[in-house]
Design a protein around this ligand. Structure first.
Ligand code: ZN
Ligand code: ZN
Ligand code: ZN
Length: 340
């Protein structure tokens, strides 16, 4: 067996990424999954194998693993390919949004005027980073912290509650994966076992919500939990004790990719795109692809370039490549929308 090393990439993104090809459970999908898994094995052999440790495929479905045909891969590391994720990240910091709607049919301009005359952000120590009028008549306000946007929301309700309605946009709770847990740890006992055996973490009832567990092809069991941002911070810095085992905890980040068109953020069932080979962008199925590595092309990065003439990125890779700039951007976006 190959020696495994702690990779810098783990701390880089602090993430285990799940590439989900789709979300359905039909036999056809299973077939596609097998096809993909075959191809992925071939692809893996091309790749830098130092990241093998986390390349695992959940093979046994237990409880309610929601994504069939999913693969865990490590974030990319050590390549010099130009990533537009870094470009995106520089301008798109975490934002906290509030949406303001008029209860009495005011236009966004009127909402804005009313807010400006009644709410003074300085007074409540809120820095507004952006104010946008939406087409649907609402006004979107952004601030850089959860506390600020909350304070602003409260102030608006207090002063303009009769005319305006505020909704604070909720970010999703972080998900984490507990890797290599003992067989007898289940969805039902994970919370109490974790709390009892790791008292230093001060885990309270309700802090950990088990989502699903799965067995990897190396026959190790992992379990995915949902936590709040406070618990995430406690867990990410530590290894936890479960039974006789010490388990590693990672962030669990999902990038959904469609099997049919190879695009992100939807699955096969919702696909309105065209059949696109993930390796060569041809209109054929992965199993029929004969492209060699030098012919690989990424449909997502090609699309990006088409829309961003001034920041061209590398496209000579398969769209299954874990260092694909488009994949990295999807992951970054997922992280920004999560309450870390
Ligand atoms: Zn699609
Ligand atoms: Zn192809
Ligand atoms: Zn790409």
């Amino acid at each position: 067996m190959m020696p495994t090393t702690e990779l810098p990439s783990i701390s880089l993104l602090k993430a285990v990424i799940l590439i989900s090809f789709m979300n359905t459970e039909t036999k056809y999908n299973k077939h596609l999954e097998d096809e993909a898994s075959k191809k992925n094995k071939e692809l893996d052999s091309y790749r830098n194998t130092t990241t093998k440790r986390h390349i695992e495929t959940p093979s046994v479905r237990q409880q309610e693993p929601p994504r069939l045909g999913s693969r865990q891969v490590l974030p990319p590391h050590g390549n010099n390919r130009k990533r537009y994720a870094s470009v995106v990240a520089a301008t798109a910091e975490t934002k906290h949004k509030a949406l303001v709607r008029s209860k009495i049919n005011q236009t966004p301009e009127m909402i804005k005027y009313q807010l400006k005359s009644k709410v003074n952000p300085t007074e409540i120590k809120v820095g507004i980073t952006s104010l946008k009028m939406l087409r649907d008549g609402r006004l979107m306000i952004e601030a850089s912290s959860k506390q600020e946007i909350k304070a602003l929301g409260n102030k608006i309700e207090e002063t303009c509650g009769a005319e305006l309605e505020v909704s604070i946009q909720k970010r999703r709770n972080p998900r984490m994966v507990l890797l290599g847990i003992p067989e007898d740890i289940t969805m039902e006992n994970i919370e109490t076992t974790l709390a009892k055996q790791n008292p230093e973490l001060d885990i309270k009832e309700g802090d950990i919500r088990a989502k699903f567990s799965y067995t990897t092809k190396r026959e190790t069991k992992s379990l995915v939990i949902e936590v709040d941002s406070g618990t995430q911070k406690k867990l990410i810095q530590t290894r936890i004790k479960l039974g006789w085992t010490i388990c590693r905890v990672d962030d669990y980040i999902v990038a959904k990719r469609c099997f049919r068109c190879s695009r992100f953020n939807h699955n096969f069932r919702d696909c309105r795109g065209e059949e696109t080979c993930p390796l060569c962008t041809g209109s054929l199925k992965l199993r029929d692809c004969t492209a060699t590595k030098s012919e690989y092309k990424c449909i997502n990065c090609l699309t990006y370039n088409r829309h961003h003439q001034t920041t061209q990125i590398d496209t000579a890779h398969s769209s299954l490549d874990k260092s694909c700039p488009s994949l990295i951007a999807v992951i970054e976006k997922y992280k920004r929308n999560t309450d870390y």
